[in-house]
Design a protein around this ligand. Structure first.
Ligand code: KG4
Ligand code: ZN
Length: 354
């Protein structure tokens, strides 16, 4: 690793991420990412989704060995850290409590500042982990398992929300569609894999037309997939039923057409924002940003509108400690102070980015 960050930051920062099913610990040392270790809880697949209590327990088991490995990899000791940063929310409350409480304990014993980090802000600035960094102001589409947000990022302290999903997140839509098609969790990579062999024009799924100029909706699309399956292949009782009657071609075409509808919905609003705002750059972040077709569509937009494009490498799209260490380091640099009373939070308040 030891990759140079594109924004120089003085000091050593520990980043701890435990918001969902990845335990991750990263170290940023004098502008270099010296460790970014991720332990993924693959065992949730057998339950068809993340089981919160099991997630918390797994974080608890792995967090100390992971910290030791990250320190070893970076050649630093805990005492050399200038601040301890950890995800405070949004996420699963029990999972968040593990990382946040661990970080508070370290901070207290080391007598070094504790920096709680908003997970979504971690994703928003994750483009800065790339060599070619974003330039302000930039438009960022955050697409994760729990959130879909279109934001204008003016600086390291000013983010303006343009729009968000009014119901399901894009990742959630992929996960639920995958479940209906009998694919394993997480569904996004499975939909992508099957879609590669399918015809995206085969089924015309609807794309929501919402009042909010930059808002998204995916629950209608999810229901229309259910109705399509019921009409053509029998009767799954609900969006949580698995459908087994499709052959490989039908599965591939359905996955490709569903993926196409999600991407079209995302691109339509992103393109509108590019047309309406004066931007230096566009960025695509979060777990769903790993989707190849979505990445290609962003590339096309950046060429069409002559905008710089920054999409993090795959390891920085899914949940990681590096983005938490980076965001925390910037907050530290800004002189922000936080008390050890700081509580974890499960959701994003509606006015967080307003
Ligand atoms: O950001 P993330 O790792 O965790 C959250 O903060 O939620 O995002 C996880 C989401 C899941 O819904 C997963 O299905 C989706 O990202 N995802 C993908 C792909 N890889 C992961 N969705 C579509 N295509 C992919 N290749
Ligand atoms: Zn995330």
């Amino acid at each position: 690793m030891n990759s140079s960050l594109s924004v120089p930051i003085k000091g050593n920062f520990l980043g701890i991420e435990t918001s969902c099913d990845e335990t991750s610990i990263a170290v940023i040392s004098d502008g270099k990412l010296t460790a970014n270790l991720v332990s993924s809880q693959d065992f949730h697949a057998e339950f068809g989704g993340v089981v919160p209590e099991l997630s918390s327990r797994a974080h608890l088991q792995i967090i100390i060995p992971l910290l030791n490995d990250a320190l070893k990899k970076s050649g630093l000791t805990l005492k050399e850290m200038d601040a301890v940063c950890a995800t405070a929310g949004p996420g699963l409350i029990g999972a968040l409590l593990v990382g946040l409480t661990f970080a508070k304990g370290l901070s207290y014993s080391l007598k070094k500042p504790f920096i709680p980090v908003n997970h979504i802000e971690g994703h928003i600035y994750s483009g800065f982990l790339m060599e070619d960094k974003p330039e302000f102001p930039y438009l960022v589409l955050v697409v994760s398992g729990g959130h879909t947000l279109l934001l204008l990022v003016n600086s390291f302290s000013e983010i303006k929300k343009l729009g968000s999903t009014v119901d399901d997140a894009a990742g959630e839509a992929f996960d639920k569609a995958a479940k209906m098609l009998g694919f394993k969790y997480p569904g996004g990579p499975e939909i992508q894999k099957h879609a590669e062999k399918g015809n995206p024009e085969k089924i015309k799924f609807p794309i929501a037309d919402l009042k909010g100029e930059y808002d998204f909706s995916f629950s209608g699309l999810k229901t229309s997939l259910l109705r399509y399956l019921q009409k053509n292949f029998g009767d799954p009782k609900s969006v949580f039923s698995v459908h087994h009657n499709l052959n490989d071609t039908e599965l591939a075409d359905t996955a490709a057409s569903f993926q196409e509808a999600v991407i079209k919905a995302l691109i339509r609003k992103t393109e509108k924002a590019i047309q309406n705002f004066d931007l230096k750059c566009i960025s695509l972040v979060g777990g769903v940003a790993a989707n190849k077709k979505l990445r290609d569509s962003f590339r096309e937009l950046s060429i069409k509108y002559n905008k710089k494009l920054v999409i993090p490498a795959l390891e920085y799209c899914s949940d990681n400690g590096a983005m938490i260490a980076f965001r925390g380091a910037k907050l530290f640099e800004q002189g922000k102070k936080f008390s050890l009373d700081y509580a974890p939070y499960p959701g994003l308040s509606p006015d967080h980015f307003s």
